[in-house]
Design a protein around this ligand. Structure first.
Ligand SMILES: CC(C)(COP(=O)(O)OP(=O)(O)OC[C@H]1O[C@@H](n2cnc3c(N)ncnc32)[C@H](O)[C@@H]1OP(=O)(O)O)[C@@H](O)C(=O)NCCC(=O)NCCS
Length: 442
């Protein structure tokens, strides 16, 4: 299917793989004299301020990966990944991240699953626990319009990634470029898949937006009347009352029977608000995959909950300069030093599993139970306060818990909590379908 893309693109970061000329490519009116057949393409989004625990790093969001079906399984993806890593190094982006169309693809290239997200299907009229302060809020519902809503959506989304006291939400990627901002308010007819035009519900307090949801509806006629499903793309709220008001509206739209919401954080407010949480049939899905391109830069680019002095032995077949032993010394939520060392390692792991733990939601302790992280300094750690499991607390917890942790003993509490799920919206760096057909994971 051919269609015009209706949003900006990071063209200067987009790379095509072109094969020999063919009659088909020669017939392409757009092709230059030297053009051959387009075999593959990839691109990336720049995130100069990607939130990681306690800090921000530069991240390259790999996207739009596609190989022409006639040329697949010949190593083109592998060459794309190698080119992408080279570009990351040249651009000074120590981390790459992506959403995977198929989750079995990217582990072999050193991407680790750093966060999951949640899908729910909430029946219309599902009861919510009460929240105070909803009375003063007003709601308007409009057709989503890029000219009117781009700034509102970008601003509210950015603010939703920051907690009181300035704590960040690791993985909550701020939409820094026009292309990223416009993606989330675009509504290409070709991608509607039989659904209606996209709408936006905006909750306001004193005329200022404090929550929004973008959504579409599908209609199915059944015995007893219409059964419309409300498909949300984003449900973002800045405070509990705003979240309650927004969900109340979504769950009470006329002619509908349920709200299907995806890419929610695993600790999303709806999981706490519902009187009957399981009525939403929660399902987990993979969300952000993280690849450390430059291990010392990435590890020194984030903060750690506890004081830390630990040696990691990292394996990395694709980027050998990451491989070997790295000593990390960090003050709790403070300065970090990472340097090469010949000291014997406390922990051994692949760069994939280090990437999985990088945002703080997947614990090294959890990976160790699966044999993916090996502990060499068992039990009490000789060089720091991260004694529990010999520094496995390295990854600590995600930003939302940092405030809590700073008031509680480092050894206390659960270390297996999920991080707040990244991005809160689909497609920030989704890997997409093939170059000719386009389309992103919804
Ligand atoms: C997925 C896709 C990009 C793979 O490209 P490709 O050029 O065929 O991949 P390569 O030949 O370089 O394969 C590299 C490795 O990935 C593996 N691989 C490729 N596609 C895979 C898939 N869908 N699932 C699991 N593994 C896959 C290959 O087996 C190979 O493994 P190996 O190195 O262990 O031998 C291509 O088939 C495609 O464009 N598919 C449709 C769009 C899509 O799914 N894009 C991904 C968006 S996240």
């Amino acid at each position: 299917m051919e269609w015009e893309w209706e949003w900006e693109w990071e063209w200067e970061r987009t790379v095509g793989v072109v094969g020999p000329r063919t009659p088909e490519s020669d017939a392409d009116a757009d092709a230059g004299a030297d053009a051959g057949e387009l075999l593959a393409v990839h691109s990336s989004y720049p995130f100069a301020h990607f939130p990681v625990p306690g800090a921000e790093v530069r991240v390259s969001g790999l996207t739009w990966v596609g190989v022409h079906p006639a040329h697949r399984r010949r190593g083109i993806l592998r060459s794309i990944i190698e080119r992408h890593f080279t570009d990351c190094v040249e651009r000074g982006e120590p981390v790459s991240a992506l959403f995977a169309a198929e989750s079995a693809i990217y582990g072999r290239f050193g991407y680790g699953l750093a966060a999951s997200d949640l899908k729910v299907t909430v029946p219309r009229g599902a009861r919510l626990r009460p929240v105070t302060g909803t009375e003063d809020l007003t709601v308007r519902i409009e057709i989503l319009d890029a000219r009117r809503h781009t700034d509102l959506v970008a601003d509210a989304h950015r603010r939703a990634g920051t907690f009181s006291g300035g704590l960040n939400r690791p993985g909550w990627a701020t939409r820094e470029t026009v292309a990223l901002r416009e993606r989330h308010v675009s509504d290409p007819a070709a991608l509607r898949e039989g659904r209606g035009a996209r709408r936006i519900a905006i909750v306001e307090r004193d005329g200022e937006a404090c929550a929004y949801a973008t959504f579409q509806r599908t209609v199915e006629w059944a015995d007893g009347g219409p059964r419309k499903t409300v498909h949300t793309r984003e449900v973002i709220a800045l405070d509990p009352a705003a979240a309650h008001r927004l969900w109340s509206v979504l769950l009470d739209l006329d002619l509908t029977s349920e709200v299907a919401a995806s890419t929610l954080p695993t600790d999303d407010v709806i999981t706490h608000l519902l009187v009957n949480p399981l009525s939403a049939r929660p399902r987990r899905s993979d969300n952000v995959w993280v690849r450390l391109i430059d291990v010392p830069a990435a590890l020194s680019g984030r903060r750690y909950v506890a004081d830390l002095d630990v040696v990691l032995d990292v394996t990395d077949d694709l980027l050998p300069r990451n491989a070997g032993s790295w000593r990390i010394r960090a003050e709790s939520l403070g300065e970090v030093e990472v340097e090469r060392t010949t000291a014997s390692p406390d922990l051994r792991m692949s760069v994939r599993d280090l990437g999985a733990a990088y945002l703080g939601g997947v614990t090294l302790a959890g990976l160790a139970t699966a044999g993916l992280v090996t502990e060499h300094t068992h039990g009490a750690h000789p060089r720091g306060t991260a004694q529990h499991l010999g520094g496995i607390r390295l990854a600590a917890r995600a930003g939302v818990q940092l405030g809590v942790l700073s008031q509680t003993p480092a050894e206390g509490g659960s270390s297996s909590q999920e991080p707040p799920s990244p991005s809160g919206g689909d497609g920030d760096f989704a890997c997409s379908a093939g170059p000719r057909s386009g389309g992103t994971r919804e």
